[in-house]
Design a protein around this ligand. Sequence first.
Ligand code: NDP
Length: 448
Amino acid sequence: MSYVDDVYRGVVDQNPSQTEFHQAVKEVLDSIRPVIARREEEYRREALLERLVAPERQIIFRVPWIDDKGQVHVNNGIRVQFNSAIGPYKGGLRLHPSVTPSIIKFLGFEQIFKNALTGLPIGGGKGGSDFDPKGKSDREVMAFCQAFMQELYRHIGADTDVPAGDIGTGGREIGYLYGEYKKLTGRFEGVLTGKGKTFGGSKGRVEATGYGLLYITEEMLNSNGMSIKDKTVSVSGSGNVAIYAIEKAQQLGARVVTCSDSTGWVYDPEGIDVELLKDVKEKKRQRLTAYAAQRKSAVYHDKKKENNNQWIIKTDVALPCATQNELNLKDAQTLVENGVIAVCEGANMPTTADATAFLKENGVFFLPGKAANAGGVATSALEMSQNSERLYWSFDEVDSKLKHIMVKIFHKIDKAAREYGMEKDYVAGANIVAFLKVSEAMETQGVV
Ligand code: NDP
């Protein structure tokens, strides 16, 4: 058996039932086969891949908190510090009932490669809890965040591990987490990113993942003789990534006709009203039914009742921006039948492995999340730089750095794919570029 297959078999045996983690590892290992083949014996002797697929550290803890009625609840708390070869661990905290060690490990593993692609000195980590902020009062969310930080603070720091937001963790949650960290340690430092702008948060961080997704999508289309202008775009999700992807797509002249949440999706042929969407989702924290109720051109679809989703709509570009494995083989087949040109992942691993393969086989341009959504963590790293300097940069300065980073990521992965004989396979290109960088740092630092 080849070295890659040996290592993958070991991952499955040692992490039984962690299917999302297996999926993420398999995608990376499969696409770096040609790189490994060039130095297989050395990598094997150094156990480089075994070290790469094993987190440096995993912290699992309980999070007890009290609800508004006086009832005590206990949630899980997880932080996976995956790889620090190129910088302090960096990656978000997910608050969602579906959070398990498998989900956090797949996200942490992906984060190693994404962070390497940004060109900035940040290692890979991820964390979270099965706590669901949805439907909780602000006081309950604060109680949970304070309890979560009462353990997490021992393991993080501005130069060791710098968490940020993710699903369910937005500005409100980061604020409560930061307040508790400061109280426990007495330190005001850049230990979290995505902070409020009055206490160290970077301008442009809220917009960064969605805007970055459009910058790299546009660069890919341009380099293949096309543009996002006048294209029809369908987006899934209606959270942080989705909202700012929609906003930037519209600024670039596209017509975005869908968005979704976990219960339903909206088709709005006149184009999503992004200000209304922000009001519904960011300010009032309502469901998409509230958007449809206030917008004549919008039609609401209940996912369960109708057993369908936004990928049935004919579109040129699809941007999955909600969650993992939300675009399956059947969705990919429908998109291809409807003539989709490109699928670019705003979320982490939103496309199943068979759907990705089908899209690529059918000539659809496909940008993987680790490249396409890297703008969020890149801007988080810019927030870390500003915090270290005790300075604030303007929105335009941050946005232009973000654009530069995204354009550069596209050209790096495009070039690597060509060099390894896999032209336009941006999944392979992304994994190869990131692997070469991280593995070189690991080899140089010795067996640690
Ligand atoms: P938010 O919590 O702001 O929004 C998540 C959106 O996805 C909501 O519309 C939510 O609907 C929907 N969603 C969540 N879980 C499910 C599910 N199981 N099924 C269907 N829909 C679901 O999260 P973000 O926008 O921050 O994150 C979205 C994705 O982007 C995630 O994969 C995240 O890891 C990734 N990402 C985020 C970055 C960031 O900077 N925020 C950076 C890089 C990647 P509902 O409200 O009904 O739950």
